[in-house]
Design a protein around this ligand. Sequence first.
Ligand code: NIG
Ligand code: FE
Length: 415
Amino acid sequence: MNEILIKNTTLVQVREPNISILKGESLRKLPILENAWIRCQGDRILDFGTMDSCPSDDGQVIDAKGRFVFPSWCDSHTHLVFAAYREQEFVQRISGMSYAEIAAKGGGILNSARRLRAMSEDELFEAAHQRLEQLIKSGTGAIEIKSGYGLSAEGELKMLRVIKRLKAVSPIPIKASFLGAHALPAAYKEDRKGYMDLLINELLPVIAEEQLADYIDIFCEKGFFSVAEAERMMEAGNKHGLRAKIHTNQFNSMGGIEAAVAHKALSVDHLEVVNEAEISALANSDVIPTLLPSAPFFLQDHYPPARQLIEAGLPLCLASDFNPGTSPSGKMAFVVALACIKMKMLPEEAINAATFNGAAALELENDFGSITKGKKANLFITKPMPSIAYIPYGFTEEIVDQVVINGQLLSKLSV
Ligand code: NIG
Ligand code: FE
């Protein structure tokens, strides 16, 4: 059986099994084991300890002096499958147009949908597979991917089938979310209900039958979908066993959070705009607030009030929102840097939110998100660096040096 021993290192996010999601004060504690070793056997973490108890060197040994070993990032919100980047809209925004104005003129998500329609399933798969490879190299070890650029029965199924193919070849776990209600397609401009009926009555049963999705999502926002539509979608998803992870409160506070709480959603994602009542609703629920700071960074918008959410005792999660419109990057180290620089999260809080709580927002916390005996050996080894605070501090630095996935060094894996 494959064995790796990493020695003379500092282990980050060392946890006992079966701990619950990190909130409030506990988000601030990031357990570290210095002068340590860790041994992986097969695809799991077998054991770890301090160097005075280091086992003898048989099998593959990595001397990681001056380096840190982290559990892989768990990225619980991405739109990794898309046809093309949208740098022309980026230029339009620099020239003064807003994201909403571009969307209202048929750009934005509708632009991505047109491009996706013109691309074959194989091409789409290849492009997404390459992006996935890059993300794994940058330290991501578990990921969620959404549909939502199909916006027709055919297009949405094409996207979800691409995600299913990615799941089959990916060395890291992938969770799929059905985001048919991402934008109203032009063909249904005068028939909102018709589009919702199509998604719910025709598509969802096929998706459930073919097991094409794990979660249901909807973009609950002015100009996109209403709270009533979000409620209907979450209810329909729940009937098919799909819990909700919804986009809400990106630009407006409309009641999406309360609806998500009522429907026992797994997470509410974005929250750039959030009020006291919504924060209390979250505090009285198990819904995970997921912040995506790359989006307000890229849109030059304002950031979610992370400190206020932490002080309310909430279990914050951080994710990349990798997509061609609002976050054309899936680099989780940069997300951690933004969380610290722009939202005043402490490095410990940001790392907890991007690892352990990210795993919880993927319902993978029993196997991912921390250095725990028996968990999957999905780890990364950093370049030499002085402390964990160097990750957000050195915000353009590529800190990931080596990646271990399923107990194997990435260079030995064919992804
Ligand atoms: O999470 N806000 C909705 N969806 C994406 C953006 C999608 C796009 O512009 O292509 C987001 O930011
Ligand atoms: Fe998103």
